[in-house]
Each structure stands twice: as C-alpha cells, then as structure tokens.
Design a protein around this ligand. Structure first.
Ligand SMILES: Nc1nc2c(c(=O)[nH]1)N[C@H]1C(S)=C(S)[C@@H](COP(=O)(O)OP(=O)(O)OC[C@H]3O[C@@H](n4cnc5c(=O)[nH]c(N)nc54)[C@H](O)[C@@H]3O)O[C@H]1N2
Ligand SMILES: Nc1nc2c(c(=O)[nH]1)N[C@H]1C(S)=C(S)[C@@H](COP(=O)(O)OP(=O)(O)OC[C@H]3O[C@@H](n4cnc5c(=O)[nH]c(N)nc54)[C@H](O)[C@@H]3O)O[C@H]1N2
Ligand code: SF4
Ligand SMILES: [Mo]
Length: 740
C-alpha cells in the first residue's frame, strides 16, 4: 500500500528540492508542518533563479504527492478477445507485471517487428529519465518510434533556433540579464501566470526605465505591466513583425555592422517585408500604424533589448516562421550575444529544456545529436556498447504516433510522464487510436484519462521520491535532491524501465546502481554534442548551484550567455529568414466565424492530473472558463449564468464563460487543463507544422452557441439583465494605446 506518511530521506530539516511544475524550477524547502502531522513547502533562497519566491502551484506542490489516489501497486487487466478492456484493474506484484509486459512485448515484436512498439515520454522527467527512455527505445526495444510531449511544446521554437542560430537553448542568456534590458518584447507569453517568479526580473527592468511591450490576443496578467499592449488576432504575428522589420529597414535603424559581420540573409528579409508597410498592416490587423512605428523605432534604438516568445505564436502551423521572425528582430538590431540583450523561447515544463536534448525525441541521440548523423550514431553506440548499425533510424512526431496506432502499424505503447488523451489535439481521435492498441502500459502517479486505455498501470515516482538533474529555462543544469525515501516495495521510474530492459534481454546495458550512474553515462554520451554536459558531475552541480551548458570539461565554467563571438552554423554566422506569412490551417467562415485559442491559467498545470487533485488550487479554479468578448455575448444573446457551447469541425463542448472586453473580439480563449467533456482538445485542430510537427493548438475555427439554448427557460428578470451586457469601457486604458 502507498504510505501517506512518507519517510524523509534525511532528518536535518528543511530538506531542499525544486518545485515540480514550470521551467523556473524554483527552490523549495520541505519540513514537517507545525502540527507535526503533515509536510509544508516554503520557498528556498538557496537556489538563485527564483529570488526566494514561489507561486501558488509551488506552495501547493505537496498536494498531489500525498493524495490518497496515488497509485501504490502495479495494476493490470486482461483484454477481452475483441480487444476491449474490462473496467476493473487488479493488483499484481512488480515481477508479475514486468514479466507479463515483457512477454507481450516480445510476442508483438516477433509477430510485427520492433517498430510495432512505441514509447511516449515527457518534459517533466529528469535528464536521466529522458536519456534512459531514448536508450531503452533504441537498444532494448529496437524501435524507431519514440517521441514525447515536448513535441507539443517547444518543437517550433527549437526548429527555429536551429535554423537561425544553429543551436537551440530556450533563453540564450541568464535571467539576471533581464533587468539590464531597456526594451522588452513579450510575444505570446503569459509569464505572470505561467512563470510567475520571473515577474520580478521584468519589474526590475521596468523600474530601471525599460519599455515593455506585450503581444497577445488577450490583455493578460502579464500585459498589465506593459507600457504598450498589442492585441492581435491569433495567427498574425509574422504580419506584425514584418511591419516592424519594414520600418527598421526603411528608416535604416538596423545595426549594419552586426548584420554585415555576424549574419547572412539581409536581402531575403528585405524582399519579404517590402509589402508590409505599417499603414497596410493596420488595414489587415487593426493595429494602428503609429503603434507599429513606435515599437519598431523604440526597439531598434534602445541600447539593449530582449525578445521573449512562447507557445502563443509557436503552437501554430506557421509557428516556426513566427519564431524566426522574432529572431530576425534581435539579429537585425544587433540585440543578441551582449549584456542585456537576447532572444528567448520561454521553456514550459520543469525539464522542457533537458527533456529535448537527450534522446526521447524521434530524431535524436543524446547531446542534441541527430540520429541520422553517422558520426553521432557511431559515438553514442560506442558509449552504449552496441553496433551503430543496430540503432534504428528516425521515427515520427508525437501526434503522428497516434496516427500510426490508428492505422494499426503501432500495436504497443509505453507512456511515461504524459497524459496525451487530455493534452493532444483532436483528443477524440487520439483516444480512438489508443483503443486499437494490443498493449498499453502507463507509468504515472495517478489513474489518468490516458490510463483508461491501459492494460497495465504502473505507479511512478513523484519528484520528491527520486533524485536527478533538470535543465531550467535558462539552460542551467542543476541537481534536484531526493526528499522522501521511495515507498516500501515501490520502484523508481528508472528501475521500472531497467526492469523491463532486463526481461527483454538487454539487462547488461541497463544495470545502474542509482540515478547518478545514469547521469555519468549521459554526460559521456553528450561529449562533443551541441548540448555538451561532459564537464558536469552531481558534486559540481550541487556546489556551483547549477551549470549552464555547454560545459565540455571539468574545468569549464559553463556558458551563461551564448553567441558573444559566434553562432553555431559552420560559418559562425546567424541566418536571417525572410518570412512570407502563411494562413492557419483553418480560417473563419460563416459556419465557424470565431477563432478558438487555448492555453493556461495560473492555478492549473497542463493536463491537470496533479493540480486537479490539489485542493488549494481547485478552490481557485474548479472548472474551465471560456473568455469571450462582449460583442459575441450580445450576438448570441447570452443571459447571466448561461454557459456557452463551442463547436469546431471536430467536436463540441460546453463551458462556463467570462465576458471580457480584454480579448480580441474574434477570439475565444479556453484553458486546457481538464479532461472528459470539459476537454477543449475535443475541439482543437490536429494540423501539424511541416517541419516541427507542432499541432495548431492556438487556432481553430469555431462557432459559439449559448447553453442551454431554450429561451423559454429564462426568467424574465434574467432575460432583461442580459440586455445590459454592454462592452466595458475600452480596455486600452489599462495598458496603453494599441488596441486593434
Ligand atoms: N500555470 C501554469 N503555468 C505553466 C503551465 C501550465 O499549464 N500552467 N505550463 C507550462 C508549460 S509546459 C508551458 S509550454 C508554458 C506555456 O506558457 P505560455 O506560452 O505563456 O502559455 P499559453 O497560455 O499557452 O499561451 C500564452 C499566450 O499566448 C496567447 N496567444 C494565443 N494565440 C496567439 C497568437 O497567435 N499570437 C500571440 N502573440 N499570442 C497568442 C494566449 O492568449 C496566451 O495568453 O507554461 C508553463 N507554465
Ligand atoms: N489545447 C492545448 N493543448 C495543449 C497545449 C495548449 O497550449 N493547448 N499545450 C501543450 C504543451 S505545451 C504541453 S507541455 C503538453 C503537456 O501535456 P501532458 O504531457 O499531458 O502533461 P502533464 O499533464 O504534465 O502530464 C504528465 C503526466 O505524467 C505524470 N507525471 C508527472 N511527473 C511524473 C514522474 O516523474 N514520473 C511519472 N511516471 N509520471 C509523472 C503526471 O501525473 C501526469 O499525468 O500539453 C500540450 N497540450
Ligand atoms: S514559478 Fe514555476 S517552478 Fe516556481 S513555484 Fe511556480 S510553478 Fe513552481
Ligand atoms: Mo509545454
């Protein structure tokens, strides 16, 4: 049974660790609470990044760890001959479960080949686990099919950074450079709700005179600190940025020396932006010409400047191009590689950075190496002690794995660290695809929506019950110590995977005494790669409070700021890209006249598995609330307490709603942290970016109906109150002038 009275790993309180949620990875201190019956979390000032603060999720991070629903023993059920799973799961011993799973995997491999098995990982996992999953897939299973939830997250920014800079590290400067920036552009990033402890850095910059511009279809909590808020319709970032670049080129505000000596591609950009003068763009977007000119001049002329982007513009089928265009802005104005300057794609998950470097991505080997590069294959195969020819080639992206389950090519799936039935686009299709599997193994802390498809549900270790390293949004690798001993009879995630490898006949390549031994092998495997960790050890990470990669030798101090001297393309230059803005996969029409965009709220995390089980957070945000503009409320004659039904080409769902003039009039926003009927991913589009394979979570054409539809059920008083639903006074007043 699960022990709800976990044993501390040490009795010298407080015990230090890190919050399990976002990429800030704030330091926490865990101690027995005052009553002596439970545990409490306090911020730790020992870790430099969070400046001694935590957000609401961090303070509540113990909630799910001690939750009575935590899985404690392996659970399994026997599929009926017609493929259906009975409802009831039964307890098994670890040996029984792992033996059965391995035997079924062997049978499927024999019948259908190694590529009939797939692995799905996650960006919350440690570097050690990300590395181990990649090795397990390629060596123990021999399958090309592994990918992870970071495909839904950082893949567009990663592809763009590779194209522009030749390397991908979320922020290419440390957070403590933000206060030195005199101009900060925040595009499609809601830091106040998503990385709340980063706000003090932005406020410090503002205090020292920085201008802050936010670009978002909504006036968010982040845009409340902005001097200028540009409220644009989803999908229009490249149009807007082309216009900014147009002004910068036309008025010769670019850094000619930097462009000439450090970049290629100026003429390509010149050609692409020539048709985007601000007056024309004002007609496309409603963003006033003067605002475009003010921002372009302001950023270009500022002594220092930073651009941060996040999923708002990246989770689109044009997401790579949008991100490239924001990179153009930094490159053309020479605002990169020096103090107070740089570009950053704000990483999302706890280990969203390290999770994309060590091999759980379809085309990747550790150290951010390509699985198609013969030299990389040879080197990594040498570290693993296998024949390079035995390593499979590249597989397919996260969503495409489900398409292969749908077609029957993939017959078995192992999910560790993700809840894709809630977090994938077009969720009904994903669920149906998973129901076709012959074997589904889910390793999680809870019985998730995805676990409903599982033959085997194995209890995973929480962040406090294991140790390992993670890489935060700055590229800082740090050690997260263990707080609790693992529950008696429990296995850590790595032991589950190694136990399976053993039974699949690859045991001698997967025998590790502990996580540290995995880390040592990981460091060796990254040597010479782009994300080189080979100078790191647990001891150094602990003593030096983290190290920024690349860190290629024990004497190397790590690399807080990148690109001071050169970029990572062979000629050392960055590449400017001329962007011709493309349309989203779906545009509005008379049947689907509005744009649905999706994202986050401050009190929940991703698919909600953990935060929906946390009382302190559920109190704040019990259900998903759609944000709609007053003009839409009026149009559908919404009455007080009505909900709305949002209908897309793939599905429909009913949501409570908030009427706010702070959202773009054509746009509806719904958070995605809920499953079942409350899941907005029943509606989202599964169109993928051609290169990054990122789904278009941020744009779907929808129509909106009031719910319940019948007018007759409305009391007269309520009906008359509805007519009072007039737009609030212009939201522009809150943050400045640019409201489209
Ligand atoms: N509270 C909380 N914090 C989190 C998470 C969480 O689930 N909850 N998740 C973590 C993870 S994994 C991630 S990836 C990050 C995500 O962090 P963010 O990317 O900041 O979060 P989102 O809410 O997805 O999207 C950001 C904003 O993009 C806007 N947007 C939508 N469409 C467009 C567009 O076309 N252009 C522009 N410019 N903006 C647009 C939305 O209105 C939204 O305010 O947060 C991390 N932190
Ligand atoms: N509509 C819409 N959908 C989106 C997005 C969006 O903006 N809009 N954003 C996308 C983004 S950016 C992301 S990152 C994805 C994320 O979506 P998911 O991958 O579903 O993310 P989580 O909810 O964190 O799922 C992690 C699961 O692993 C479990 N878990 C956590 N830690 C551990 C561990 O250490 N070991 C084990 N074994 N299990 C663990 C948790 O209980 C949870 O069930 O969602 C994407 N989906
Ligand atoms: S800012 Fe992120 S890491 Fe810090 S406490 Fe909040 S969720 Fe946790
Ligand atoms: Mo993410």
């Amino acid at each position: 049974m699960l022990t709800l009275k976990p044993q501390p790993a040490d009795t010298r309180f407080p015990l230090r660790s890190h919050c399990c949620y976002c990429s800030m990875q704030c330091g926490i201190e865990v101690s027995p609470d005052a009553a002596g019956t439970g545990w409490e979390i306090k911020p730790s000032s020992d870790f430099p990044v969070a400046t001694g603060r935590l957000c609401q999720k961090g303070f509540n991070a113990m909630g799910h760890v001690l939750h009575p629903d935590r899985l404690s023993v392996p659970l399994g059920r026997e599929r009926k001959p017609d493929g259906h799973l009975p409802e009831r799961l039964n307890p098994f011993t670890w040996d029984e479960a792992l033996d059965e799973i391995a035997s079924k995997l062997k049978t499927l491999r024999k019948l259908h080949g190694p590529d009939s098995v797939a692995v799905f990982g996650g960006g919350s996992l440690t570097n050690e686990m990300s590395y181990l999953l990649g090795k397990f897939a390629r060596v123990a299973l021999g399958t090309r099919y592994i990918d992870y939830n970071g495909r839904y997250c950082m893949s567009s920014a990663a592809a763009a950074q590779h194209l522009a800079f030749g390397i991908d590290r979320g922020l290419n400067f440390p957070l403590d450079e933000i206060p030195r920036a005199k101009y900060i552009i925040l595009a499609g990033t809601n830091i106040a709700e998503c990385q709340p402890t980063m706000m003090p850095y932005l406020l410090a910059a503002k205090k020292q005179g920085a201008v802050i511009v936010t670009i978002d279809p909504r006036n968010t909590m982040t845009s409340k600190i902005a001097d200028i808020h540009i409220r644009l319709q989803p999908g229009f970032d490249s149009v807007l940025v082309n216009s900014l670049l147009h002004v910068i080129l036309e008025e010769k505000l670019y850094d000619a020396k930097f462009v000439e000596t450090r970049t290629n591609g100026l003429e390509e950009v010149r050609g692409a932006v020539k048709d985007f003068p601000p007056d024309v763009v004002e007609r496309y977007t409603g963003i006033p010409e003067e605002v475009i000119r003010v921002v372009a001049r302001g950023f270009a002329k500022a002594e220092t400047g930073i651009v941060l982007t996040a999923r708002g513009l990246e989770q689109q089928i044009n997401g790579v191009e949008h991100a490239l265009n924001y990179m153009n802005l930094c490159l053309l104005t020479g605002k990169i590689g020096r103090p107070g300057c740089g570009y950053g794609a704000v990483t999302g998950q706890a280990n969203g950075q390290g999770g994309r470097e060590h091999g759980q991505k379809a085309d990747q080997l550790p150290g951010y190496r390509s699985i198609e590069d013969p030299a990389a294959r040879e080197y990594v195969a040498g570290v693993w002690g296998v024949d390079p020819a035995s390593l499979p080639g590249k597989g397919v992206s996260a969503y495409e794995l489900f398409q292969k389950m749908e077609s029957g090519e993939i017959k078995a799936l192992i999910v560790l660290g993700s809840n894709p039935v809630v977090s994938s686009p077009n969720a009904n299709r994903v669920l149906a695809a998973m129901q076709k599997l012959e074997l589904c193994v889910v390793v999680d802390l809870f019985e998730t929506e995805t676990a409903a498809c599982a033959d085997w549900l194995l209890p995973g270790s929480s962040f406090l019950e294991t140790e390992g390293t993670l890489t935060n949004l700055e590229g800082r690798v740090f050690h997260r110590p263990r707080v609790f001993a693992k529950p008696p009879g429990g296995l850590e995630d790595y032991e589950i995977i190694c136990g399976l490898a053993e039974r699949l006949g690859a045991g001698e390549l997967f025998r590790y005494a502990d996580n540290e031994e995995i880390f040592r092998e990981l460091c060796l495997a990254t040597k010479g790669g782009k994300a080189d960790y080979s100078g790191m050890t647990y001891e150094r990470l602990q003593q030096e409070k983290g190290l920024f990669w690349p860190c290629p030798s024990p004497e190397h101090e790590g690399t807080p700021r990148m690109f001071g001297q050169s970029f990572h393309h062979p000629d050392g230059r960055a590449k400017l890209h001329g962007i011709r803005p493309g349309k989203p996969a779906e545009t509005t029409d008379s049947s689907y006249p509005y744009l649905l965009t999706t994202g986050r709220v401050g009190s929940h995390y991703l698919s909600g598995t953990q935060t929906r089980r946390t009382e302190g957070l559920m109190k704040k945000s019990p259900v998903p609330v759609a944000e709609i503009h007053p003009s839409l409320a009026e149009k559908i004659k919404l009455r007080p307490d009505d909900r709305i039904r949002v209908v897309s080409r793939r599905g429909n769902a009913v949501f409570a709603c908030k009427i706010t003039s702070e959202i773009h009039p054509t746009t509806i926003f719904v958070p995605f942290h809920w499953g079942g009927e409350q899941s907005v991913n029943l509606l989202t589009s599964d169109a993928l970016h051609p290169i990054s394979r990122m789904p278009e979570f941020k744009i779907a054409a929808v129509r909106v109906e009031r719910f319940p539809p019948e007018a007759a059920t409305v009391p007269a008083a309520a009906a008359s109150a509805a007519t009072a639903l007039k737009p609030a006074p212009a939201a522009a007043a809150a943050t400045g002038h640019a409201q489209s």
